[in-house]
Design a protein around this ligand. Structure first.
Ligand code: NAD
Length: 450
């Protein structure tokens, strides 16, 4: 692959021991940071208006802004940033329809382009980061530098360098007592909380293996031809990749990172740690069109945890196959369906417990919890486990692309740098098409990881 391989050793501040230590300290809890306020957070007056900025005004960013504006107390959307004006206009229209004056963003507070995030962040108490994940480490680091509370979508990075940046900014956020939520909303879903508590209390004994799946039909494709027809001109390569971001590793991380992270993260939560190594296979069977960029359509990865137990993971984007988005765990004394119906059974298959229902929509609950922490100055930092689960997905991709065994150490300290040197509409992205418009596809056994 034609990715930059810039050495970023100076950013590798977290050694393996520090990484594992922070991992076990934070895994499994949304509010696990032990120390209370070192200094006051960026906002902690329960009666004041919380000013929100939205960075990345697409489907999920608009949804997250909706949820933020629906939390208790005064909240106002004051600024927006997006790479494209049409995306921002569409988002604002929907938000104004739902929230009226709470989403009355002034013209001078709307920012477009690659640097737009800095200006929008500066106007808020709390920022929503919901661009494609390649930008997350830069945007998160800037928000923390500016002393802001953050809700950021998953995954939080697409490579080891990005994970290191996020872990460093997370530590900074902890020092500054800033509140950070990460869009791994299963942590705020009552059924998951209830079943995982029981598993961790020993209901099915010691965990010996787990299965995590995101097998489905796939996602949208934003085709070059359609955009060019509507625009009446050729797109630059950067514009095209930014529009069709799902299909490029530097923006998306491949679907094992962008989507399957949810399931990998659930098993990490159950285990209270993250895998130490993995190996796997993958490729593309049906994702062969001109707008399918460089990513795979299936990955199957065998992850090994430090205690020797395994997680078997599959993610597939192919229609008309067996579909399942779920997590299951096998223990010495029984089994758990961690995903719905959130149930436990003995090894004889007889159900011993089943979630009885209830709880809010987790997308709303995660914002309710974050805003409560901001208003009442409660410790809250989900960035650590968000970063560790991101690393789990990234190391899986490194294993399926290369066909090699990959350790968490290697993934975390990887020298791979997927971000372009220069961000601009005329600048070259790290992956370029050949004369037929095709991109280099990773080939296990030949593709190497840095
Ligand atoms: N938690 C969940 O269940 C869930 C669900 C869907 C998406 N997501 C996550 O949300 C993120 C966004 O996904 P989406 O579905 O909303 O995609 P999207 O394409 O609808 O939205 C992304 C937006 O970001 C903008 N953007 C791109 N680069 C930017 C930059 N440098 N600065 C500012 N704006 C930029 C795009 O123009 C677009 O408007 C992804 O990380 C995705 O994984 C999470």
């Amino acid at each position: 692959m034609k990715h930059n391989k810039n050495t970023q050793k100076n950013d590798s501040r977290l050694d393996r021991r520090g990484f594992l230590k922070s991992s076990s300290a934070i895994a499994g809890s949304a509010v696990a940071l032990g120390s209370l306020s070192i200094e006051r957070g960026a906002f902690a007056q329960s009666s004041d208006t919380i000013k929100v900025a939205l960075v990345g005004c697409g489907g999920r960013g608009s949804g997250a802004a909706n949820q933020a504006l629906s939390t208790a107390g005064d909240v106002k959307l004051v600024a927006m940033a997006d790479a494209f004006k049409d995306r921002m206009d569409g988002s604002l229209k929907g938000l104004q329809k739902n929230h009226g004056l709470k989403a009355d963003v002034k013209e001078e507070n709307k920012f477009i382009g690659f640097d737009a995030y800095k200006k929008a962040i500066s106007m808020a108490d709390m920022v929503i980061l919901a661009t494609p994940p390649g930008f997350r480490p830069i945007h998160f680091a800037e928000a923390i530098k500016q002393g802001k509370n953050v809700f950021m979508e998953k995954p939080v990075a697409v490579d080891g360098k990005g994970v290191r940046q996020v872990l460093a900014a997370a530590a900074e956020a902890k020092k500054k007592n800033l509140k950070v939520g990460v869009g791994l909303q299963r942590h705020h879903q009552l059924g998951y909380q209830e079943v995982i508590k029981r598993i961790q209390d020993g209901a099915i004994g010691d965990i010996v293996s787990a299965r995590a799946y995101w097998n489905g039909g796939g996602v949208w494709v934003r085709d070059r031809k359609g955009f060019e027809q509507r625009a009446g001109r050729k797109l630059t390569e950067m514009e095209y990749q930014m529009r069709n971001w799902y299909y490029f590793v530097w923006l998306c991380g491949d679907h094992i990172d962008e989507q399957h992270i949810h399931n990998l993260d659930v098993i990490n939560w159950v285990k209270g740690t993250h895998p130490a190594s993995c190996q796997g296979l993958g490729g593309r069977e049906v994702r062969t069109g001109i707008d399918h960029g460089e990513i795979f359509d299936h990955h199957a990865v065998e992850y090994k945890y430090p205690d020797g137990s395994y997680m078997f993971s599959q993610c597939r984007h192919i229609r008309n196959c067996w579909n399942s988005v779920s997590e299951h765990v096998q223990g010495t004394k029984g089994r758990a369906t961690v995903s719905g119906p959130h149930a436990l059974s003995g090894n004889d298959g007889k159900q011993t417990w089943r979630f009885s229902g209830g709880g809010k929509n987790p997308y709303q609950q995660e914002h309710d919890d974050l805003f409560d922490a901001i208003r009442n100055d409660k410790p809250y930092n989900e960035a650590f486990y968000g970063a560790h689960s991101t690393l789990t997905s990234v190391m899986g991709r490194m294993a399926t692309y290369s066909g090699k065994m990959v350790t968490a150490d290697e993934a975390l300290n990887s020298e791979e740098n997927t971000m372009p040197e220069v961000l601009g509409w005329e600048a070259a992205p790290p992956t370029l098409p050949d004369e037929d418009g095709r991109y280099t596809i990773p080939v296990p056994g030949r593709t190497r990881f840095a």
